[in-house]
Design a protein around this ligand. Sequence first.
Ligand code: HBI
Ligand code: FE
Length: 301
Amino acid sequence: GAISTASLSERVQQVSVTPPASLREVDSGKILGFGADLAEDHPGFRDGAYKRRRMDIATLARSHEVGEPIPELDYLPEEIATWGTVLRETSQLYPTHACQEFLHTFPLFDFREDRVPQLEAMSSILRQCTGWQIRPVAGLLHPRDFLNGLAFKTFHSTQYVRHHSRPMYTPEPDVCHELLGHVPMLADPRYCEMVHKIGLASLHADNKQIWHLTKIYWYTVEFGLIREHGEIRAFGAGVLSSYGELENMRSEKPQILGFDPFAVLPKMDYKSGYQKLYYILDSFDDAATKLGAYCDKLQQA
Ligand code: HBI
Ligand code: FE
């Protein structure tokens, strides 16, 4: 027959993953989801000027070389207004809803409603705090490349702003989500240790393991909660960058379970409103230890 048993098992096991040896070898060009080519249900689908703007910003990201400063963008008045709305709304809830680490690092970034922060300035603050850095990308990056970046203490960040018609909603990561949700947490060393473990585990993972790591990432880095003095606080970027998620996590609606990287994690739900399930950590140290154990098991598998 045309297909030998050997080639089949090879395809299933994906034995030939060559991990990147440096950040330069992490491909930042495989963009999933929208990129600049917006789908019909995207809020900016009918806005030609917005699509051209997205195309320009995508081109800028694609031309960026590792080691070069990230080019600054002159944000438009409507982009600044959108950023300002997201910052104003979400930051109302931070004192009562965000974890201590976030509340501690947030002021370092000098966020203001009248100015969209520049990625280069944010990256240089991170470098001083934890040695992490930002690399620009044109949209939602392929999970393997995105996770591999974390192994090199690099966070791939979009630079465009969501469509102004719906400031409190975006179907994809945008600069408001990255800078409010992810960046302050990446200024905390213990949090970074946990995220670094996920990145290192991704380097040698086969596709099935990448899928599990993507879910681990989703239920911690994106939607994770942490217990503090008997209270439930948010550290996940998808919660911290969304007023609705912040309210939802404290309501009676969602289920909240203890996090275990070895457990079977449910499929991620992007589409149907706020999360119905969150996982909660006891501490970042504890999570890094558990993730370390999971990663050791991956490497032995
Ligand atoms: N790409 N630009 C960008 N931002 C993210 O937060 C992001 C990503 N790609 C994948 C991803 N997050 C995760 O949801 C996992 O798939 C790893
Ligand atoms: Fe995110």
